[in-house]
Design a protein around this ligand. Structure first.
Ligand code: MG
Ligand code: MG
Ligand code: MG
Length: 306
């Protein structure tokens, strides 16, 4: 029986690359693992898969009657549907421990590093297995993506070391050039519906019983969305409905290293307090804010009293 390796909902490059890498590592050990993804690849992931010549993993969203592994998450909200009707055998992650539970012992490998593929690199090393060049390529691309080319505060020495070793295997000479190519693909917004942009990298969080959605768009410049702000705000309104307390959209300027945070909330003052900033219109600039996981979410959790 195959083990399906699932990344999280709203797949990002790490969740797809980690699924591919974990499946390949187990295949190298003679086991039947298949990478899948819960949705379509985002433009960056699409570019990365094409660049390294790997096929797009099959789409799958339901765990019923399946053996499965999770990568890049351990939150039920981000996991495949009907998780309890499947048999979870492994989790590989680099986030805080989520709310997924199991009845049997499983392989659980998590490290406080910038990317799931950095965790996987150490699992390859431990197993004495060298990833195939294509797989090494998508792993290193995932690390560049998650660490924003080493600029994110989530980046660790282990991430840098993994990239240095993976680039030799993948035959990549210039990781800055690869990152710029990824950034261009990722930040392409023209002609994309606002709701799709909001969901490009979007997650719902439980904040002390309140549902808060946070999306992030990484941009080469804020000018890219200058004409789309009203449409994005409308999409946030539609997303918020009555079930969410707040919907935030991080417009992250990767070059200036900061985020213009768009805010739609039942309590805007609470969001201002969370970031020690003042809204002007429906957004506020927060210098140095690049990481949803390490900066945005912890500040929100503090403000919501989690
Ligand atoms: Mg991810
Ligand atoms: Mg990740
Ligand atoms: Mg990410």
């Amino acid at each position: 029986m195959s083990v399906y390796v699932f990344g999280h909902k709203s797949p990002d490059t790490d969740s797809v690359a980690a699924a591919i890498a974990f499946a390949a590592l187990n295949k190298a050990k003679g086991e039947d693992y298949v990478p899948v993804m819960q949705g379509k690849p985002n433009p960056e992931t699409e570019m990365v898969l094409k660049h390294f010549g790997l096929p797009t993993p099959e789409e799958m969203t339901d765990a019923t009657d399946k053996k499965l592994a999770l990568v890049d998450h351990s939150d039920l909200a981000q996991a495949p549907d009907n998780l309890s009707k499947g048999e979870l055998v492994a989790i590989v992650d680099h986030h805080k421990v989520g709310d997924v539970t199991t009845n049997s012992p499983i392989l659980y490998c998590a490290m406080p590093v910038g990317c799931s593929c950095t965790v996987l690199k150490s699992m390859y090393d431990q197993a004495g297995v060298k990833p195939e060049a294509k797989v090494a390529g998508v792993m290193l691309a995932a690390i560049l993506s998650d660490t924003v080319n080493f600029k994110s505060p989530t980046c660790t020495e282990a991430d840098k070391k993994a990239v240095a070793e993976l680039k030799a295997i993948a035959g990549v000479t210039d990781t800055d050039a690869l990152f710029m190519e990824m950034l261009k693909a990722k930040s392409a917004v023209e002609g994309v519906p606002a709701m799709d942009l909001l969901h490009r990298d979007y997650k719902d969080f439980d904040m002390n019983g309140k549902k808060v959605g946070v999306g992030q768009l990484e941009l080469a410049t804020l000018d890219q969305v200058a004409n789309m702000r009203d449409a994005l705000y409308d999409a946030m309104k539609q997303q918020k409905g009555s079930e969410r307390h707040s919907v935030l959209l991080m417009l992250t300027d990767v070059v200036k290293e900061g985020t213009d945070l768009m805010v739609l909330s039942d309590d805007p003052a609470l969001i201002e307090k969370a970031f020690n900033a003042k809204l002007s219109g429906n957004s506020m600039w927060i210098d140095g804010m690049m990481s949803r996981k390490k900066q945005t979410i912890p500040n929100l959790q503090k403000a919501f009293g989690c």
